[in-house]
Design a protein around this ligand. Structure first.
Ligand SMILES: Nc1ncnc2c1ncn2[C@@H]1O[C@H](COP(=O)(O)OP(=O)(O)OP(=O)(O)O)[C@@H](O)[C@H]1O
Length: 343
């Protein structure tokens, strides 16, 4: 049974802190852009959205600001989030001439009801005919191929940009979950702090992200790697290049990665014994962009003693799961949205 009707032009959106992905029913992923909006503050108009706006971060003239409207997995700026959502929904509607779509948006599990209403409102104002919410860990679990509808425990750890969502799912419902504000962004910030502390060098978050992706790891790697990075020397004030090693970045990431491990352990401690035993058999599934951090699976395995698997396309799990949920929604949550907000 479909969430809406079988012929509708439904879209699913992963409204992420770092990236927004849009899935069009029958087509797959049609938009994959950073969640960034550049605003001209002279007339409050939107100058650019997505990749084009991301390129402007840290490089804008005074009257243009590049903003990430979602922070720590929640909506930090409602109006800009709304503009972004409108832009993406209109992109899809315009290019594919689908008329007014019905929209399913995934939000982090820590999102308050007020924020959920704000997202629904934004989707409706962006031209959606109907809008519904799906919780991110549920979407991630479906997208990672876990058997969420079965009477067996599945565990998902979705490491995004702003939040890590950890959940135990059984029979189509979230049994226990935790949303922690340590994920990809905190990894980047930790690298910025490390370089500042140890080298007196100021680097930007984009450089830190490049370092994380190139030589970052959560677990000691077999071969040591190194990378040159450029920043501003805090003593002389001049540009300077230094070399950092993978061992140093492992050390820099210890704290934010440790917070995720603590979250996983405390969720396991709260898990009912029958489900815990299922998870011992089936293991923990890791998704989200942060699942790409080298060695994250090895570390979780070592710290929990459970089997751990990285999802096939970690960055796509949430939107693919939300997309699948468009078709399977009745099995997951039987509360129809009837024109007004309802969970
Ligand atoms: N190869 C990689 N190694 C390490 N981190 C990576 C890699 N590729 C992407 N990331 C990180 O993944 C994060 C983005 O992941 P994702 O798109 O799943 O988050 P999001 O859905 O936007 O955020 P949230 O779920 O918190 O709302 C970024 O911090 C990015 O730097």
């Amino acid at each position: 049974m479909s969430l809406f009707n079988a012929f509708s032009k439904d879209i699913a959106i992963d409204l992420g802190t770092a990236n927004t992905l849009v899935y069009l029913k029958g087509k797959g992923i049609v938009i994959r852009e950073p969640s960034v909006v550049a605003i001209n503050t002279e007339n409050d108009s939107v100058k650019a959205v997505g990749e084009e706006a991301k390129q402007m971060i840290g490089r804008t003239p005074g009257h243009i600001v590049a903003i990430r409207p979602m922070k720590d997995g929640v909506i930090a700026d409602f109006h800009i989030t709304q503009s972004m959502l409108k832009y993406f929904i209109r992109q899809v509607s315009k290019n594919i001439a689908i008329g007014k779509p019905r929209v399913l948006v995934s939000v982090p599990s820590g999102t308050t009801e007020v924020e959920e209403r704000a997202v629904i409102e934004a989707a409706l104002q962006a031209g959606a005919k109907l809008a519904k919410i799906i919780e991110e860990p549920m979407a991630a679990a479906i997208g990672a191929g876990l058997p969420v509808g079965e009477p067996t425990g599945s565990m998902i750890v979705n490491i995004g940009g702003g939040t890590t969502e950890i959940a135990i799912i059984s029979l189509g419902g979230i049994v226990t979950s935790k949303s922690i504000r340590s994920a990809g962004d905190k990894f980047d910030e930790a690298i910025v702090s490390y370089v500042k502390r140890n080298y007196n060098l100021a680097i930007g978050l984009r450089t830190a992200e490049e370092v994380k992706i190139s030589i970052g790891s959560a677990y000691p790697m077999e071969t040591e790697e190194s990378m040159q990075i450029r920043g501003r020397d805090l003593v002389s004030g001049l540009p300077k290049t230094i070399q950092v090693t993978s061992t140093e970045i492992l050390e820099a990431l210890r704290e934010p990665v440790g917070a995720i491990i603590e979250g996983v352990k405390s969720t396991l401690e709260k898990t009912p014994p029958e489900l815990a035993s299922d998870i011992m058999d089936r293991g923990i599934m890791v998704s989200g962009g942060g699942a790409n951090l080298k060695g994250i699976d090895a570390l979780i395995r070592k710290e929990t003693g459970m089997p751990v698997q990285i999802a096939d396309t970690p960055l796509d799990c949430v939107v693919m799961g939300a997309g699948k949920a468009l078709e399977q929604y009745e099995q997951i949550n039987n509360s129809p949205y009837n024109g007004k907000y309802r969970r």
